[in-house]
Design a protein around this ligand. Structure first.
Ligand code: IPM
Ligand code: MN
Length: 358
C-alpha cells in the first residue's frame, strides 16, 4: 500500500540556517531512497532578509499553508539588521503559539566521540529528555508599562499558567516516559513551588493528579535551581524532565552544552493532537559570523530532521540517521565546534549520507 508523500515545509531562515538546512535535506533525500518513502518539500523564504525587504514576517496565508503540511523544518532565525525580539516573536513564537505546538521536546544525549564539559562523563551518563511546555508562562506576551521613560517607570511581565496548558503537557510527558521505558522510568517535575506559590502550585497539583493514571512511572520533583546543580553533578539520574516554558528554555541550554553544544542539540515543537503540525529545529541560532563559510556544524539540523521523521511516521528512517550520526561523531569528526570539525559543513553532511548504509 503506498502512502501519500510526506509533505514538509522548510523555513531555512537567516545566517547559517540555509547551510544547515541544505545538509539536513541532503540526508533526508538519501534516507528516503534507502527506506523507500516519498516526500515533498516546499521551501519558504521567511526570515530576516524577507522581512527587511517586504516588512512582512509571516506572509498572508502562511499559517494555513503550514497547517496543510505534515511537518515543518526550521533552520535558524536571527538577523543582525533586525532588532532583537522581532523575528523571535513574529516568527518562532508565533508559529509555536498559532500551531499550538504545546510540547517542546529536547533530548539531551551525549553522542559517541562528542566532548562534554563534564569531567569523567561519557555517553552512558548523559541521556535524558526535557519536555518543556511551549505556549504559556512568561512567553504569553501579557504585560505593559506605566509611566514609560520616566524615573517612575513600572514594567509588568506576567506569567500565565492554565490548568489545560499544564495538564496536557504533563500528561504527554507521562505518556512519553512510559513509551521511552528506560530502566529509570522516572518523570521529574522541575518548577519553583517554594516561591511561585500560585502558578507552580497549579503545576504541582496537576502533576500529582495526573500521576495517579501512571502508576508504572516513578515521579520526582526538583526546584529549578537545584535541577541546574544536579544536571551538572548527576546527569545520569535523569530520565525525563517536565517543566514550564521559561525554566525549560534555561535548563535546555545547560542540557545543550552537556551534550556537546549547539552544534548537536536539536528539538521538536510538537502539536501531538490529531491533525496537529509539528516543527523541528536545531537549537542554536543563526550564527551570522559563520554565514556562507562552510564552517557551521550541521549535525544539530540533521538530528532535527531525524526527530521530524520519528514524529512523522518514519521511525526506521530516524533510527538510521541516528546510527549514521553516531558513527560520524564517533569516528570522523574532530570537534563539534564551528570551524574545528576537521571537515566543512557540506562534508559532514556527506559523511552522514555515506554512513546511512550502516
Ligand atoms: C529557544 C530560543 C527561543 C526561546 C527564543 C529565540 C525566543 O531561546 O528556542 O530556546 O526562548 O524559546
Ligand atoms: Mn532557548
Amino acid at each position: 500500500m503506498s502512502r501519500a508523500p510526506l509533505a514538509i515545509a522548510t523555513i531555512a531562515g537567516d545566517g547559517t540556517g540555509p547551510e544547515v538546512t541544505a545538509e539536513a535535506v541532503k540526508v533526508l533525500e538519501a534516507v528516503a531512497q534507502l527506506e523507500g518513502f516519498a516526500f515533498t518539500i516546499e521551501r519558504l523564504d521567511w526570515g530576516g532578509d524577507r522581512y527587511l525587504r517586504t516588512g512582512e514576517i509571516i506572509p498572508e496565508g502562511g499559517l494555513d499553508l503550514l497547517r496543510s503540511k505534515d511537518a515543518v523544518f526550521l533552520g535558524a532565525i536571527g538577523h543582525p539588521d533586525v532588532p532583537p525580539g522581532v523575528l523571535e516573536k513574529g516568527l518562532l513564537l508565533e508559529l509555536r503559539f498559532k500551531l499550538d505546538q504545546y510540547i517542546n521536546l529536547r533530548p539531551v544525549k551525549l553522542l559517541p566521540g562528542v566532548e562534554t564539559p563534564l569531567a569523567g562523563r561519557g555517553p552512558d551518563d548523559i541521556d535524558f529528555v526535557v519536555v518543556r511546555e511551549n505556549t504559556e508562562d512568561l512567553y504569553c506576551g501579557v504585560g505593559g508599562y506605566l509611566k514609560k521613560d520616566t524615573p517612575d517607570e513600572v514594567a509588568v511581565q506576567q506569567a500565565v499558567y492554565t490548568r489545560k496548558g499544564c495538564e496536557r503537557c504533563i500528561r504527554w510527558a507521562f505518556e512519553y516516559t512510559r513509551r521511552r521505558n528506560s530502566p529509570k522510568k522516572t518523570l521529574t517535575l522541575v518548577a519553583k513551588t517554594n516561591v511561585l506559590t500560585f502558578g507552580h502550585d497549579l503545576w504541582w497539583r496537576t502533576f500529582q493528579e495526573v500521576a495517579k493514571d501512571y502508576p508504572d512511572v516513578k515521579t520526582d520533583y526538583n526546584h529549578v535551581d537545584a535541577c541546574c546543580m544536579w544536571m551538572v553533578k548527576n546527569p545520569d539520574a535523569y530520565d525525563v524532565i517536565v517543566t514550564t516554558n521559561m525554566f525549560g528554555d534555561i535548563i535546555t541550554d545547560l542540557g545543550g552544552i552537556l551534550q556537546g553544544g549547539m552544534g548537536v542539540a536539536a528539538g521538536g515543537n510538537l502539536n501531538p493532537d490529531a491533525g496537529g503540525v509539528s516543527m523541528f529545529e536545531p537549537m542554536g541560532g543563526s550564527a551570522p559570523k559563520y554565514t556562507g563559510m562552510n564552517k557551521i556544524n550541521p549535525i544539530a539540523a540533521i538530528n532535527a530532521m531525524a526527530m521530524l521523521l520519528e514524529h512523522s511516521g518514519q521511525p526506521a528512517a530516524a533510527a538510521r540517521i541516528d546510527r549514521a550520526v553516531a558513527s560520524v561523531t564517533g569516528t570522523k569528526m574532530k570537534s563539534q565546534a564551528a570551524g574545528r570539525m576537521g571537515y566543512g559543513t557540506s562534508e559532514v553532511g556527506d559523511l552522514v549520507v555515506a554512513a546511512l548504509n550502516g
